[in-house]
Write a protein that binds this ligand. Sequence first.
Ligand code: PLP
Length: 298
Amino acid sequence: MSAPRRRLALLPTPLQPFAGMYLKRDDLAGFGLAGAKARALEFLLGDALARGADVLVTGGSPGSNFIAGAALAASVCGMECEVLVSGTVQKQVPVTLQLVTCSEAKVSYTGADRAELDKLIEERAEQLRDRGRTPYAIPRGGATPVGALGFAHAAQELAAQLDVDEPIVVLPVGSGASIAGLLAGRAALDARWRVYGVSVSRPLPRIRSEILDLVARMGHEAVTDWELIDATGQAGDRDAHIMLAALRADGVLFDAKYGTKALAAVAALRARHEQAPIVLWHTGGLPGALDLLAGAAT
Ligand SMILES: Cc1ncc(COP(=O)(O)O)c(C=O)c1O
């Protein structure tokens, strides 16, 4: 694994005992508020710089943590950045989009559904290429074999920190880049971890095949011992409640889109695997947590 890498995050992130399990604190990755997305961006920016790119083109929904991290990474690396956003101008601008603007990226509202964005990103990159620029296009969530390298390396990082055998590793899943990388990294390590992905936005059959496709493109075909859990419903009062409970009991801030859903899935898994040690990956999502608190405060 000697792919070009531009260091951005403070690694390794801590592995902390938490509520009878372990918490992998990627919320403390130390690169803006990008959390675990900083891992993917290290390899994506490394690749972009190695290819001489001068403008990053990516996109996501207004609340995407990835676009906030990507815009910041481009700024830090001295590249321009264009961010295509699904939908139309928002009355209440989420913290993620404010961070994109702070990083001086160009924001374009596309009016399109988020599922259309990857195609629009490619088209915009093509336009820029026709104008003599060297764009680097990144699909939503950084879901490419290069982006997934972030979590392949994270698997090594976790293996070096763990002092238990055969743990259950739980992480939230959006685009699938993180879990795909983790599964590829686990295969390379031959580690006996059971991995559970908590899908927060895409239906299971679709995200499963997208993950398997990414893992295959990373050179690992038959991955077993992993499962997806459906958590695609809107975050609601239950999530806000879980978030406040974790904050008050342990001083850990989870967001409602990813973190609290993964936390809720752990509670259900505990019933199924009473003996096995559990590692919950806290992937970050702090902008969403701040939005929720700001909403709660007004
Ligand atoms: C906080 C947080 N956790 C988890 C994920 C899911 O990661 P992935 O898109 O790699 O599946 C995201 C994706 O944006 C995220 O922002």
